[in-house]
Write a protein that binds this ligand. Structure first.
Ligand SMILES: Cc1ncc(COP(=O)(O)O)c(C=O)c1O
Length: 422
């Protein structure tokens, strides 16, 4: 463990040595009592990058000045808009550019991916996921299995932590996959669980799913832009994520999708299609017969959501400039420092349930309060600390490394100390 000190001057020294510190100025911070808030909520909604407004203005101008011709002319011809995002996202998730696309939103994309990759039959129809997955994922899985005539109680296998534990053990997940190898069709985990902040061992779980004859799909809502992944190398079949958390593309931003090239190159891979996934050479011939583009964008259905994607495009420029590996290196130290400061409180009212190991977490620490979690959350918000609360009892504190500082961490914990002493 690094040597840390609980002092403002030490925190300021860490900031002075941080070569990513200038990125903070690229974001708008909400204000509270005349001061910038301490924003530790980028795991829920990232802050607005200052370059977004100009990016949207550019598209407004194209629309205003050349209208329909904007699809083919203008600064960023709209016909290809989703393609402008692929290169930056591919670096963040560890993929080839054409294994990534942007479309719709997370839950919609999860359904579309399951329609392609969850192909149940009478023997192999079960889906395994972590117990306590995000509700939208639970609803998606429940309704998919019902759609194929299966009973969720039988077809969905949820893996829970051992009695008295809050975190899943990788060995238990791998064993459960192996045990169910004859019936498993899909293993679908969140990369990071939203409630505990646990980062799962993605390569090991993907590998085990494949050995069991199942497909491995991932919900990377809490991973993309937070922890670098190697989706291509790990042989992940598909992954989906949202762009409004660590990717800072704004509320309801267009979602991201990864499809491994071994599926994406096969244009006969089953899917529900629309014209934006059809080869551009024949798209405008208006003829029958869908011809999928031989890459992830063969899953796009509708016209690109330009205004929405413009924000993501602007935000990704910052990721290109900072580099996901460098961001992650800062994140490990920043989250580690926050954890160290919280540990100094030696307070019995809460427990940090997120794993202590940086390889098993991202930028989020989850503080579990047996009592009064919601009241404490409200008190922190009243002091200008923006964090969120999830039932039961968890305050999630997420210092996103692009715009959070070590001084933020120190000030935050000073305020936590005051609030807890009341
Ligand atoms: C893990 C996870 N899955 C799914 C969703 C739902 O995403 P959307 O509303 O974009 O479909 C969220 C939203 O926060 C999430 O955190």
């Amino acid at each position: 463990m690094k040597h840390f000190e609980d002092s403002l001057s030490f925190a300021q020294q860490l900031d002075a040595n941080d070569n990513l510190k200038h990125f903070r100025e690229q974001f708008y911070f909400p204000r509270h009592n005349g001061k910038d808030v301490i924003y530790f909520c980028g795991n829920s909604l990232g802050l607005q990058p200052k370059n977004v407004e100009a990016a949207i203005q550019t598209e407004l101008q194209t629309w205003r000045e050349i209208a329909i011709e904007g699809y083919f002319k203008g600064t960023n011809p709209w016909l290809y808009y989703h393609e402008y995002l692929r290169g930056s996202l591919a670096k963040i998730v560890g993929a080839n550019d054409d294994e990534v696309t942007v479309m719709n939103a997370l839950t919609v994309n999860l359904h579309f991916m399951m329609l392609s990759f969850y192909r149940p039959n009478a023997q192999r129809y079960k889906i395994m996921m972590e117990a306590g997955a995000f509700p939208s994922d639970q609803y998606a899985v429940e309704t998919q299995v019902k759609h194929y005539g299966f009973d969720p109680a039988d077809a969905i296998i949820e893996i829970a932590p051992r009695d008295g534990e809050k975190i899943l053990r990788t060995e238990d997940i791998l064993e459960a996959i192996h045990k169910n190898k004859d019936a498993l069709a899909l293993v679908l985990f969140s990369g990071i669980n939203y409630y505990t902040g646990q980062l799962f061992d993605m390569p090991a779980i993907t590998d085990a799913a494949h050995k069991a004859g199942a497909v491995a799909g991932w919900d990377l809502a809490h991973v993309t832009g937070n922890v670098p992944t190697k989706l291509h190398e790990w042989n992940v079949d598909f992954a989906v994520w949202c762009s409004y958390k660590y990717l800072n593309a704004g509320p309801g931003a267009a979602g991201g999708v990864f499809v491994h090239e071994r599926h994406a190159k096969q244009n006969e891979t089953s899917r529900l299609a629309g014209w934006w996934g059809n080869d551009e050479k024949t798209r405008f011939k208006m003829e029958k017969g869908f011809i999928a583009k031989p890459d992830a964008s063969g899953w796009n259905l509708s016209t690109s959501q330009v205004f929405n994607m413009a924000a993501l495009k602007a935000s990704l420029e910052l990721f290109d400039a900072a580099g996901i590996e460098q961001l992650h290196a800062k994140s490990i130290t920043l989250t580690g420092y926050l954890e160290f400061l919280l540990q100094q409180l030696q307070h019995e009212t809460f427990e940090i349930i997120t794993p202590n190991d940086p390889d098993q977490r991202g930028a989020q620490l989850c503080l579990y309060f047996k009592e009064k979690g919601k009241e404490i959350h409200n008190a922190l918000m009243n002091e200008g600390i923006v964090v969120d609360y999830r039932e039961p009892g968890v305050i999630r504190v997420a210092p996103a490394p692009l715009y959070c500082s070590f001084e933020d961490a120190w000030r935050c914990v000073e305020i936590v100390k005051t609030v807890l002493s009341k």
